[in-house]
Ligand binder design. Sequence first.
Ligand SMILES: [Zn+2]
Length: 491
Amino acid sequence: MKRIFTKRNLLIALAVVVVAGGAVLFLNKSSDGGADSAAEATGQIWTCSMHPQVRMAKPGKCPICSMPLIPAKPVAKPATTNATAAASESMLGLSEHARAMASVETAAVQRRKMSREIRVVGKVQYNETALANITTRVEGYVERLFVDYTGIEIKAGDHLVEIYSPDLLVAQQELLIALDSQRNSILVESAKRKLLLWGLTQEQVDDLVLRKKVSDRITLFSPIHGTVTEKMVVQKAMVKPGEMLYRLANLESVWVYLDIYESELPWVQYGQMVEIKSEALPGQSFSGRVWFISPVLNEETRTVKVLLNINNTERKLKPGMYVSAVIRAELLSDGKPAPTGVEGQWSCPMHPLVIQPQGGECPVCKMALVQIPGTPSGAKPDSEQLLLSVPVTAVLDSGVRKLVYVEKAKGQFSPVEIVTGPRTDDSYPVLSGLSDGDKVAVRGSFLLDSQFQVQGLPSLFYPQGQAVVSGHQHGSGTSPAPAAKPTEHKH
Ligand SMILES: [Zn+2]
């Protein structure tokens, strides 16, 4: 085989060989006595540091990249009769020096309170239940405009506009005629009712009956407390019954919409307290409960709308503002989110904002309240329910299984498959595979795994280890010095 090396390629190839050789140099398979040296004499396998799937019985060049092969740990060990010896097969020894070189660090798994923080951007919106339109019920002309700009805050009973209405004049005269005749009280009542229906207040009607003074002007008053968000009426305009003059919104409470991704949805539940902040209000935070989770997903953004209701008596949050929200969910020992505190309380099927400690009627619609399902808040995670957690940096995830490297004895590492719950911010809850006090590699796991792989031991992608792919066994007798060197434990 003829190959042409440029000077540069040769240098790179040399560098790769040196690095690969170095990696093997400091990671040695642990020896379990004399059986190991016997294995070395008979079962030496050669592999490529760049292509660990290459398993050759003789030294030589890698068939894929032509790099010189390096010695690997033999897969076929001399037959062992006891199970413990088989278990120790997937153990790798690491000297103090090698450990430092590979930056392998370990930490004991601990039981701790586990939580997940979801950070999302939200938008302040009007509380839809606190919107009102002010319309006129009589035909006429706007003579005076008291509320003449958008954004003004008005209270229930504040005057809005004065309308000149000939129709109204006639209706008032009808009432006075009915009163004069004194014969038909039904006529009086219907004339009064007409004026009330046209938008006059009870006080205005009473005043008319008392003073008998008709007016062709009517003043409209606001039925609710709110902020003018839209003003459609102008001075001297003609208005017709049903025409909208103003749109009002009560800003004492606002809604915040959050867009939650599908993957985050399991962490969000009704009743959860959420903290929000706005860049416009540095140093201040607000909080509100999740009271509605949209039953539909937005297919464009792949998010689900979640609604919060926030108290806004100080009017600091303004509709349209962007806010950042933090949802904190705690986990129970089964890996499920902890109760939010509303479980066992009572709410209205139509008004989820209503949360009461006792059953009864909905204060808004008088429907019978129903109990909120779930275990009452007394079952918050206590010390016995704390989860065993493993840092995310320790976990190797193939997509099919998750592996951690456990330090079984000083410098002796072994791969352990684990089952985890949903990932939190920096760790996984361990549902099986580890127990209290187990020490896992939190740094250098990938390097450990690649060494297990190079040496044909069970590893992340090869749970059964690897077998020789070609060649047959002839003891070469030249066991390479670095790899065969027993692991030294320095103290
Ligand atoms: Zn209700």
